[in-house]
Write a protein that binds this ligand. Structure first.
Ligand code: IPE
Ligand code: IPE
Ligand code: MG
Length: 244
């Protein structure tokens, strides 16, 4: 893949766990478990391929509408993930960053997350962002509130504010990791919508939608989608080189 234009930052809306389980007449939580296995594969593949930032949508601010049983099942999987993967993530030099307010999760999940973030904090390989209790609108609103407070405190004129000022207060800008906007966002399961994922940061992302249910997503398909990305012409509102 050396001569292929790779995305620095890939975002993934990991959707279709429920339908995967339903097709097998299994409880939904087993679909989420299979989804976690797919996530492990894609994290490893991303490290191997040289993607610099991977952001996965693990739980949205709207997912609280689901049953307590399903929500708790998802949160238990976080503990399982940390217990089984922490060593290998560290060996692969992965650093983890959480996007979202995760302090309202059950105590054991919060502890597992804190341990994982702390253990991996000095790694400088793949930056693996997990969007957890994340919503794009929630992120922007929180950012606006913080920026407003800063303006009041510093007596700054609101009319001098720039897009960069707000970016600094988003999860992607406030974590000292210089996370660029995603170049590519993939959504599985055939749904063609953003569902409140990276609302600010996705302004110029390339989007790819695949019918594959997330638990069935393989390294091979990931490679194909990265190749598809490499053929996209990104203009950012300008014109192609040869037109100028
Ligand atoms: C995505 O799979 C995982 C989460 C939202 C946590 P779903 O659970 O949404 O699966 P479907 O869309 O019902 O198939
Ligand atoms: C988006 O999937 C959230 C995650 C993948 C975590 P949903 O399944 O919640 O999205 P909708 O409800 O189909 O839009
Ligand atoms: Mg879904």
């Amino acid at each position: 893949m050396s001569d292929v234009k790779m995305p620095d930052h890939v975002g993934i809306i990991m959707d279709g766990n429920g339908r995967w389980a339903k097709a097998r007449m299994l409880p939904r939580v087993l679909g989420h478990n299979a989804g976690m296995e797919a996530m492990k594969r894609i994290v490893k593949a991303s490290s191997k391929i040289g993607v610099k930032y991977l952001t996965v949508y693990a739980f949205s601010t709207e997912n609280w509408k689901r049953s307590t049983e399903e929500i708790n099942g998802i949160f238990k999987l976080i503990v399982k993930y940390v217990n089984s993967e922490l060593k290998e993530l560290d060996e692969n030099n992965v650093k983890i960053n959480i996007m979202g307010e995760y302090d309202m999760l059950p105590e054991d999940s919060v502890e597992a997350i804190d341990k994982m973030v702390e253990t991996l904090k000095d790694n400088d390989g793949l930056i693996f962002n997990i969007a957890l209790n994340y919503g794009g609108r929630d992120e922007i609103l929180k950012g606006v509130k913080s920026l407003y407070k800063e303006c009041i405190k510093d007596g700054r004129d609101i009319d001098t504010l720039t897009e960069n000022d707000l970016s600094r207060y988003l999860y992607s800008g406030s974590c000292n990791l210089d996370i660029p906007d995603p170049d590519l966002i993939i959504r599985t399961s055939g749904e063609v919508r953003m569902s409140n994922f990276l609302t600010w940061q996705s302004a110029y992302s390339e989007l790819i939608f695949t019918d594959t249910l997330w638990p069935d997503f393989t390294e091979e398909e990931y490679g194909k989608l990265l190749l598809e990305f490499s053929k996209r012409k990104r203009r950012f509102g300008g014109r192609e080189q040869e037109d100028k």
